[in-house]
Design a protein around this ligand. Structure first.
Ligand code: ADP
Length: 408
């Protein structure tokens, strides 16, 4: 079974092809046979395409056009043409899965894409103006290039459909809720994958565990998972709420926005400031990349030190706010770029939770290419570092839905 996964973001479009017939261990993430990336951030009317195959072939080229559909087509043609060719023709692709950021309240699980689903993704773009349109662009590119191959949408909001009303309703006027202004939560594919993987690593049923999963990448969020279900999460109506992030502020007093609007700032100014000029970058004045923050701290930069301390403080506050929903904590999971790689973030967060009997093992606080446990043997909370595999999770989810639909 060959499954193509498209994961479109604001500045990149990541794609990969899995060949599941070669998959010896279905529970373990497989290596894609082909991985492609479009980087839309180049100056001028050009996009960069990068491709890598499991066989070690690589390709990097600039496509000099502002026609995004053409760039996506150019990327997909590298699947069956040239040095990076891994299939004879597009007909070899059995299924296509798309990460779709916003599924609103209606899409609670992976869904086969139909005209009605496309309409819904377009309608929900009012809530996710950066992401849903690029997700739709990918779906339409596949329709044009691959014809009527079955396509599926895996929604980043879906895992959070189990949030109780107390977690998803904002205490504004009730009318907001009726307009769809409520908390949805994001990074659901990753939170769900790492919680399932944690249970697998610990050899315990997921339904018996109380977990908090920390997805710390460019975007950051934490989720409380009880009996396998998301019961609280830090992102809300948009991916701006909650933790301090690379260049996003996370939660701030909404009164600040009223103040700035009265001072003459426009909504677009506030959007840019809160999404692109805040967080680690805003406080340090240097970078949204945690590696640069550490380098600056080592060189004595005080604003970088404040940015790091604030990042940890916000993370601790969010994690501690979730403890009552779980009634305790069995497992804490770190994932995504910062979460998978940064021992100072692991120890910084965990230092606040020693009162729970949580103890890290100092000998284990090193990055590893493998998923690993970093808590001490006598810790009352198990602490795991798990590499997230959102694309693999999308491929698996689509395959399950497809197989079920074939049996009916
Ligand atoms: P995205 O949300 O775009 O998928 P990632 O999960 O790839 O992002 O995370 C990207 C971030 O991970 C970078 O901005 C950087 O701050 C962080 N990161 C990557 N490697 C390290 C490292 N070795 N130590 C600390 N942070 C890291």
């Amino acid at each position: 079974m060959k499954i193509l996964v498209l994961n479109a973001g604001s500045s990149t479009q990541k794609s990969c092809l899995y060949d599941l017939s070669d998959d010896a261990a279905p529970d373990m993430p497989a290596t894609p046979v082909w991985e492609g990336l479009i980087d839309w951030t180049h100056q001028g009317e050009a996009a960069e395409i990068r491709v890598e195959t499991a066989g070690g072939k690589t390709l990097k080229k600039l496509v000099p056009t502002d026609d995004r559909a053409k760039v996506i087509a150019d990327l997909l043609y590298t699947l069956c043409q040239g040095d990076t060719r891994v299939i004879d023709s597009f007909a070899a692709i059995d299924l296509v899965g798309h990460r779709v950021v916003h599924g609103g309240a209606e899409y609670r699980e992976c869904t086969r894409i139909t005209p009605a689903v496309k309409e819904a993704i377009a309608r929900l773009a009012v809530f996710a103006p950066v992401h849903n349109p690029v997700n739709l662009e990918g779906i339409e590119a596949i329709e044009r290039i691959l014809g009527d191959v079955p396509q599926f949408a895996v929604f980043d909001t879906a895992f959070h459909h189990t949030l109780p009303a107390t977690a998803y309703v904002y205490p504004g006027p009730y009318d907001w809720l009726e307009q769809g202004i409520r908390r949805y939560g994001f990074h659901g594919i990753s939170h769900q994958y790492v919680s399932q993987r944690a249970a697998q690593l610990l050899g315990q049923p997921l339904t018996s565990l109380r977990l908090i999963t920390c997805h710390l990448g460019n975007g950051c969020s934490v989720t409380a998972v009880h009996e396998g279900r998301s019961v609280e999460t830090s992102m809300g109506f948009t991916p701006l709420e909650g933790l301090m992030m690379g260049s996003r502020s996370g939660s701030i007093d909404p009164g600040i926005l009223i103040h700035l609007l009265r001072q003459g700032h426009t909504p677009d100014d506030l959007d840019r400031v809160l999404n692109q000029e805040s967080g680690l970058k805003g406080i340090s004045g240097l970078s949204n990349d945690m590696r640069h923050i550490h380098a600056a701290i080592a060189a004595g930069n005080e604003r970088a030190a404040l940015a790091f301390d604030l990042f940890i403080h916000r993370l601790q506050t969010a994690v501690s706010g979730m403890l009552p929903s779980l009634g305790g904590l069995d497992v804490l999971v770190f994932t995504a770029g910062i979460g998978e790689n940064d021992p100072l973030v692991w120890s910084g967060l965990c230092r606040g939770f020693e009162f729970l009997g949580l103890k890290l093992d100092p000998d284990r606080l090193q990055r590893s290419p493998d998923d690993q446990e970093i808590s001490a043997p006598d810790s009352r909370v198990r602490v795991l570092v798990i590499h997230t595999h959102e694309d693999w999770a999308i491929a698996q989810t689509c395959l399950r839905l497809y197989s079920t639909s074939q049996r009916q």
